[in-house]
Design a protein around this ligand. Sequence first.
Ligand SMILES: [Fe+2]
Length: 451
Amino acid sequence: MNTTTSLAALRRLVLPANAAAAAKRLAVLQRPSFTTRASLPTTLSRTLSHPSVHTRVAIARPFGSLWSYQRNYSAAVSESVQPALGDQEPTTFIEIVDKKVHLHWPDGITSRLLVNTFQIPRDIKPNFVTLTPTGLEVIWDNDNHKSHYSYSWLQNHSYDPKIMDPYKPEGLPKLTWDNSIASNLPEVSYRDVMESDKGLAAWLNNIHVFGFSFVSGVPVSTKATEELAERITFIRETHYGGFWDFTSDLGHGDTAYTDIPLGAHTDTTYFTDPAGLQMFHLLYHDGEGGHNLLVDGFHCANVLKQKYPQSYETLSRITVPSHSAGDSTTHIIPSPRRNPILKHDPATHELIQVRFNNDDRSTLDHLNGDQVDAFYSALFDWNKVVTDEKHMLWTKFQPGRVVIFDNWRILHGRSGFTGKRRMCGAYTNWDDYRSRWRTLNTSAEKLTEEL
Ligand SMILES: [Fe+2]
């Protein structure tokens, strides 16, 4: 092969059957010793013409333009080198075209890669681009920084074209439920949770899958309950304080601090970022009643969608203002001021949050008459579904048995009660609970791959 070898000719080079061997004989594109397709650098020409070299390489144009990944990010990626992709690797090859690296996958798809950030020099260029057994290696010209991108990472994040589904759900599938779940309640032991990350992971997986979990064998004390909450992450402080220890004293001007029955609702609908998890532990009760009600908001939303699709659409679209103004020193409203009861991910259209507390709802001044009618019609349908006995899981609060639930999914309530009752518990941020769940159930390598 001579220095006038055409790009088309290069593209016809045959690939080897053995991935590792091919990768060892990797082809290196060296800049900028050639400037046109017809003027290949000597090194490259030798590489390509050597009979033992079969790795496919395509050459492109002058390296005059900016292309790169942000350098710090590249460094992070390079620390998580993944195993080779086995049979997929032999037919992977690369090409530099203007500002982009074209990565040609074995199935004929080509990923065109470019990320530009303000932190890298405008004129940065790759000095060397190499296929290694574990991925694509780039050495940059400004400081010889070496970046490594595993093949699996590149496939995961190929955006031109998309190869992998960027919106695939995380973890185990979520299982929605009605009250038949009473015969097989998700439960873990306090000891397992406190003594091992495996136990903690199982607890958090229960919450992920079912939206709630019980914990048995908890010492009947505020200290043990607080430590249990902190196994997940730090407790969220609100205008109710941090860790709660309360009785029915009408505190905070809030219905939670009374002994009246409470219908199914989610808490803190008036926060911009509603509380994520909510934990309760009954420490003492010398009266009757006060049973715990849980309702799967996602299941109810599914039922609403099937039985009353127009109402589902209305509650997903019409936004509702909310507030907390029980104390003279408290006046909380969220931003945005109004939020839908059923909130969906705009990209996937998946239901991601139920935000419903009829007692925290403000007036609907932003709606016209027809919209108010439509909203109340939908709200009544929603109420029918939520208060359907089939959907209501009643359990008895018991000292030593903690209940925790996802406040973005599970509605909770209680029956009225008599006597003196002492309850403790806590809120946890949703993001921090998810972070803990994610790191316990997924390897660090896989998490890095997904970033
Ligand atoms: Fe509540």
